[in-house]
Ligand binder design. Structure first.
Ligand code: C2E
Ligand code: CA
Ligand code: CA
Length: 785
């Protein structure tokens, strides 16, 4: 049988859970990658910016050095002009000695003038008569004791400082010394614009600025992107920090008023002059140059991030689809399994319905055959015994007739459950139908072990059955046993032989078991000895008959006799038929014994006739085997003839078991006996297989209720009911009823009340020897009860 494995669902959930985890993992990884990309892009941009600024500062530094050197050299040239001017003054104003600075190709100096010791113009390079602003400037160096060296003009000197066109033309003046005396002054304009214009082309990039600043922080000239200007006041800017200092050079990173952002660059102080050169560039301009590259970086990072996002989204979607697909798969698998299970359960149920007995819930005949066949094939490989038991309930039909089928069903259910309780788990019990059950027990090691099981079954099923729908019932089983492999190898054979053995058990007195193999029943040495002695015992006349009277229920007068055989054994003394009848049946001696009994009975009747006594009819017990003997009517006829007695004086007692094997033959023989004019009784009624109604067709005139019913008639309610219903049923069918085994007065009263016709039992007469009966027949009144 297929079954859904219970751990499937959690496994699926786990897998589905894992799928969810995978998706989260992919998402997390994508996020981390993107963060990494953003981080590296940003740090790259930042590094590029630092590098660009560094490069810009380095370039500024180069330019600053060159400009400073150049400016220093231009300023240095005033010393040459001062010497020339001294010569001019000393050599009586020889104009040839000085010349025109422009003429000598010095484009840095715009104009020059020489003043004498009184400060009067001695020479002007532009041939002017007066040089008022230069004169003013010259006088400051001529008459000031403090600055004997070069004085450089500034925005507060008042010279040309406010002219936007010429603001970068800076006046310089130097005293002319001869010996210890100031003999005059040299003054001129230096064109810083010209100087700076030389660096117009210096590749500093846009928004770059070159400035020349004096030590007081006055801007002397400025060139921004090639455009010249001057005069900006830088005192309140970040420049103040270095213009006043002594540091030769340094970096600038400051913002000037009017600028939109900070500038970076360097300043450089001139070696011999109180001037600074700054070269700076707008920080924004430097960075702006990087913008396209930054944009490229950002686009690339964005594209890669998008790609990662797309890829991971794709992966997630894929994983999700897989997960859904898997979930769908497991779902449909689970549904399929459930369906299979349902089908399987239904199949099992259908099979159980078909293979279990509907009433008792134990296997039915079909199932028994199937399981037993399997068990036998297993037994083939084992050296141990397997036993098949065929069980039949002794009084079942009567119980059914009396209490109805409901009670009968309850009884069968009880029997089934007792069978199950008496057996081991792997033993097999089944109901074959009606009140027939079969049991198969394997792995037994001896005949005795089989007998123990059989005894146990008999004992268990013979226990009282209390309260079956209000009735307390007593019943016994008859069990036949066939052994594998001795009695047969196929279950069919074994079952039919066990069945046969069961009939022997019935004949043997019921509530007992019989082996099919006769030798197993002959358990004692005495039985074996009896069997071996039969023929001789008949020949030697060791058998005799005792007679038991039957009395009328109305006046208790004797109305008949029953011949009961006895074995007068020379060694064992008198042996009763309970011990040897079954043996005789099993060993094929019963017909001989039966014929011998017929002969003895007829002889006795003749004997009584000869004595002139009123002879009572004598009933002879006929066994099943005899009834299948077609010569029986002839034997009987011959015997009647031989002893010259009428058939009416001989009665026949048969049991139901006589009609089991070859029932047609038995019926035929019985009819022949009936036609001879003999009365026929059905003996041991209630212990057999069929109810009364089934026996209607047989030529029976009397029913003898088995003594097991009479025994407890006062105590056992169920037996009382059975007896009274049997009596009324029999009367309805026109049958006379005889009660057997009447032992007490109570039983007599009960039977009389119930309407019984005749009684037989120790209460009236015990079976007695012929001589005693002779005496009784002589004086019937003496024996009246
Ligand atoms: P059965 O035909 O039922 O015979 C009646 C038996 O009940 C006899 O036992 C008799 O002694 C016994 N009996 C009578 N009244 C009472 C009573 O009040 N209480 C008790 N407990 N028992 C009572 P018996 O003589 O031992 O015979 C046993 C059985 O042997 C007979 O049962 C009968 O089936 C069989 N049998 C006897 N003689 C013959 C015979 O000649 N041929 C055959 N085939 N069977 C015989
Ligand atoms: Ca009898
Ligand atoms: Ca009887």
């Amino acid at each position: 049988m297929v079954s859904v494995t219970s751990h499937d669902t959690p496994l699926n959930e786990k897998l589905l859970g894992n799928g969810r985890g995978l998706q989260a993992g992919i998402g997390l990884m994508a996020l981390m990658l993107i963060i990494l990309i953003v981080f590296t892009t940003h740090s790259r941009i930042a590094a590029d910016r630092i590098e660009a600024l560094d490069i810009s500062v380095a370039a500024s530094s180069n330019v600053a050095s060159i400009v400073a050197a150049n400016l220093g050299e231009v300023l240095g040239r005033t010393a040459i002009y001062a010497r020339l001017s001294t010569t001019f003054l000393e050599q009586a104003h020889d104009a040839q000695a000085i010349g025109n600075p422009l003429a000598i190709g010095d484009a840095a100096f715009l104009r020059m003038a020489i003043f004498d010791a009184e400060g009067k113009l001695a020479h002007s390079s532009s041939r002017r008569q007066v040089e008022p602003d230069l004169q003013l400037f010259a006088r400051t160096v001529l008459f000031s004791e403090t600055s004997p060296a070069l004085v450089i003009g500034g925005i507060d000197t008042g010279i040309n400082t406010h002219d936007p066109q010429t603001g970068w033309r800076i006046p310089v003046a130097v005293p002319l010394i001869s010996g210890q005396r100031r003999i005059g002054a040299f003054a001129g304009y230096i064109d810083l614009g010209y100087l700076l214009a030389l660096y117009k082309e210096a590749s500093l990039g846009t928004r770059s600025r070159i400035e020349i600043i004096d030590s007081r922080g006055h801007q002397l000239a400025e060139m921004v992107d090639g455009t010249m200007s001057a005069g900006r006041d830088l005192e309140r800017t970040g420049y103040a920090s270095f213009t006043g200092g002594t540091q030769l050079s340094g970096t600038i990173d400051a913002r000037r008023p009017g600028d939109s952002g900070a500038s970076i660059g360097v300043y450089r102080r001139l070696d011999h002059f109180p001037l600074l050169v700054t070269v700076t560039r707008s920080r924004a301009a430097v960075l702006d140059e990087l913008a396209p590259r930054d944009v490229k970086y950002l686009i690339r990072a964005t594209l890669i991030s998008l790609l990662i996002l797309l890829a991971s989204a794709g992966l997630i979607v894929l994983a999700q689809r897989q997960r859904r697909l898997y979930a769908g798969l497991t779902d449909s698998e689970a549904r399929n399994l459930a369906l299979i299970n349902q089908l399987e359960t239904e199949k099992v149920r259908a099979y159980q319905l078909a293979s279990l007995d509907f009433l008792t819930d134990i296997p039915n005949r079909m199932k028994f055959y199937e399981l037993a066949a399997i068990e036998l094939s297993r037994a083939r490989r084992s050296r141990r015994l397997t036993a098949v038991f065929f069980l039949d309930l002794d009084k079942f039909k009567v119980i059914n007739d009396t209490y109805g089928h409901g009670v009968g069903d309850l009884l069968l259910q009880q029997v089934a459950s007792r069978l199950r309780l008496s057996l081991r788990g792997h033993d097999l019990a089944a109901r074959l139908g009606g009140d027939e059950f079969a049991v198969l027990v394997s792995d037994l090691d001896s005949d005795e072990a089989v007998a123990i099981v059989a005894r146990k079954l008999v004992a268990s099923l013979s226990e009282p059955y209390p309260d079956l729908d209000g009735h307390d019932l007593d019943i016994t089983p008859s069990i036949g046993v066939a052994l594998y492999p001795g009695d047969g190898e196929e279950i069919d054979t074994l079952l039919s032989r066990a069945d046969r053995a069961m009939y022997l058990a019935k004949q043997g007195g019921r509530g007992c078991f019989r082996f099919y193999e006769a030798s197993l029943n002959t358990t004692s040495a005495r039985s074996a000895e009896l069997v071996s002695r039969f023929a001789r015992a008949i020949r030697d006349g060791e058998f005799c008959l005792h007679y038991q009277q039957r009395v009328s229920c109305t006046d208790f007068r004797p109305v008949g006799l029953e011949a009961l055989v006895r074995w007068q054994h020379p060694e064992h003394g008198m042996i009763f038929p309970g011990e040897f009848i079954t043996l005789a049946e099993e060993h094929d001696c019963i017909v001989a014994l039966g014929n011998h009994v017929i002969d003895m009975a007829c002889a006795q009747v003749a004997n009584w006739q000869v004595l002139g006594l009123t002879v009572l009819p004598v009933a002879i017990n006929i066994s099943a085997r005899q009834l299948r003997d077609e010569t029986l009517p002839d034997i009987m006829t011959a015997c009647l003839k031989k002893y010259a007695i009428p058939a009416s004086l001989i009665e026949i007692e048969v049991t139901e078991s006589c009609f089991i094997e070859q029932p047609e033959l038995a019926e035929k023989v019985l009819r022949a006996l009936d036609e001879l004019g003999m009365r026929i009784s059905l003996d041991d009624y209630g212990t057999g297989f069929s109810g009364l109604s089934h026996l209607k067709r047989l030529p029976i005139s009397t029913v003898k209720i088995d003594r097991s019913f009479i025994r407890d008639i006062r105590n056992d309610n169920s037996d009382a009911v059975i007896v009274s219903s049997t009596i009324s049923l029999s009367h309805n069918l026109g049958l006379k009823v005889v009660a057997e085994g009447v032992e007490t007065r109570d039983q007599v009263v009960h039977l009389k009340t119930a309407g019984c016709d005749e009684l037989q039992g120790y209460y009236f007469h015990r079976p007695a020897a012929a001589a005693d009966i002779t005496a009784l027949l002589r004086h019937p009144s003496a024996y009246a009860a």
